[in-house]
Design a protein around this ligand. Structure first.
Ligand code: EPZ
Length: 419
């Protein structure tokens, strides 16, 4: 089992280019099967979740290959419409392929995506959206069997702005006759990136970024090349690391408006943060103060994916910060691991109160999930002594090269790989 080893206590200095966005490229990879031809993705991050999507595309009959730093997909000859259990279990968000497969082939079959570390991950909104478009979905023995020979566009109102359900409905609607209007759609930047990719292929989609998205289905598509947007959560992670350790860090290839609620919280905690065209600069003396109350919410609110890393940055802050996790039921699994490092955090249901301590201490810790693992890296950078992080496969799902990136910023961090 591989580990990440961090010698904490040093400041971070330097410049870093931010990787492409995991939560944008995953639905975009599903969307490539809408076009019976070639699409090229630039800025696609090398992540285990991307490799899992590539395996799904190849299983369906596509070719999907790295050409240098570009990922080329050719979906000319899709031969299958099923995603087998072992591929679904690799990545639960593969459910986003459902809408695209139905749009392209009219059939789809996949095992029911289970829950994950964050708690149950229902897909009722995904399924109700597809049924409203005319799909016949049957759930039998843990398997979803779907038929959608003739989908028709219509107005679909989502009871909550689910990111995945919005994406699945957008992709399915591309295969429906007429116009689909999604009401109460998610407004995340990743939704806008998916829209721009679809438009690059010739699909007619508008309104992403607002709560109402319109899709004109069954448009002719053509080959396209597209550059994936920067990962706002990776950016939030590295800013939190600099805030915790102290120093001066400049992030490039980042849209600062995509994480303005995160930079506002970091500013409130005493960091100096400035955002320019495509870059963010953060300066910190490493001694922060309470950021008040942080409530996670759908975009443009504070992103749930940044909750853990901001928490880690505030473990030594003066005063107490209150976190309210409003999106997922079980998103404090990193707390116990942080407390092993000397953190003072109390959790009651969706509320976590972080009371700053004078020092954190390196410890043996384990990743509980993707962003919880990133939080352990942030805390390790601020801790005295050595932190040894296990189960780092969680981190590798969403961060392309966290060790290399943090080393580039001056961190004393190494990857210990054991066969
Ligand atoms: C996406 O997950 C992201 N994943 C998550 O990032 C992110 O935390 C989440 O959006 C919220 O921003 C990807 O994009 C691959 P949701 P998703 O549907 O689509 C409930 C990370 O760390 N819900 O917006 O699954 C659900 O239980 C990951 O990168 C239903 O009840 O999120 C949750 O409480 C973690 N029924 C809430 O909505 C449904 O049919 C938000 O979920 C769907 C969702």
């Amino acid at each position: 089992m591989s580990h990440i080893i961090i010698q904490g206590g040093g400041r971070l200095e330097g410049t870093l280019n931010v990787q492409g966005a995991k939560n944008s490229v995953l639905p975009i990879l599903a969307a490539t099967i809408l076009h019976p031809g070639r699409t090229v993705l630039r800025g696609c991050p090398h992540l285990s979740d991307v490799e899992a999507s590539i395996r799904i595309l190849r299983h369906l009959g596509c070719t999907a290959d790295w050409e240098g730093e570009e990922l080329a997909v050719d979906a000319s000859s899709i031969s299958r419409w099923d995603i087998p259990d072992h591929l679904m279990r690799e990545m639960r968000s593969s459910v986003v392929f459902l809408g695209a497969i139905l749009a392209r082939l009219g059939w789809a079959e996949m095992s029911y995506p289970g829950g994950c570390e964050l708690g149950p991950r229902p897909i009722d909104l995904h399924l109700s959206s597809l049924r409203q478009l005319g799909a016949d979905l049957r759930e039998e023995g843990g398997c979803l069997r779907c038929t959608a020979q003739h989908m028709s566009g219509r107005e679909i109102a989502l009871s909550l702005p689910s990111v995945g359900a919005t994406e699945n409905a957008m992709l399915a609607a591309c295969g429906a006759e007429g116009e689909t209007v999604l009401v109460n759609a998610a407004r995340e930047p990743e939704i806008t990136d998916l829209q721009e990719f679809l438009r690059a292929m010739g699909c007619r989609v508008r309104g992403a970024g607002s709560s109402t998205i319109c899709i004109q289905g069954r448009q002719p598509t053509h080959d396209a090349a597209y550059t994936v947007m920067p990962d706002r959560i990776a950016a939030a992670t590295y800013l939190s690391a600099a805030a915790a350790a102290g120093g001066e860090v400049e992030l490039r290839r980042v849209h600062h408006r995509h994480l303005s609620t995160v930079t506002a919280a970091l500013h409130a905690s005493g960091c100096q943060v400035s955002g320019g065209e495509g870059q963010i600069v953060l300066r910190s003396d490493g001694r922060l103060r309470s950021a008040g109350t942080i409530r996670t919410a759908p975009y443009p609110g504070f992103p749930t994916d940044a909750q853990a890393v901001l928490m880690a940055a505030l473990l030594r802050a003066k005063g107490a910060t209150v976190f309210v996790e409003n999106i997922f039921e079980n998103r404090y699994r990193h707390v116990d691991e942080l407390c092993r490092m000397g953190a003072d955090i109390s959790v009651a249901d969706r509320v976590a109160v972080v009371t700053g301590v004078r020092e954190l201490y390196g410890a043996q810790v384990r990743c509980t999930d993707l962003r919880g693992g990133a939080a352990l890296m942030v805390a390790g950078l601020a801790a005295q002594g050595t932190t040894r992080i296990g189960d780092i496969f969680h981190i590798q799902r969403g961060y392309e090269d966290p060790v290399g990136d943090l080393r580039q910023l001056g961190a004393d961090i190494t990857l210990e790989e054991t066969p």
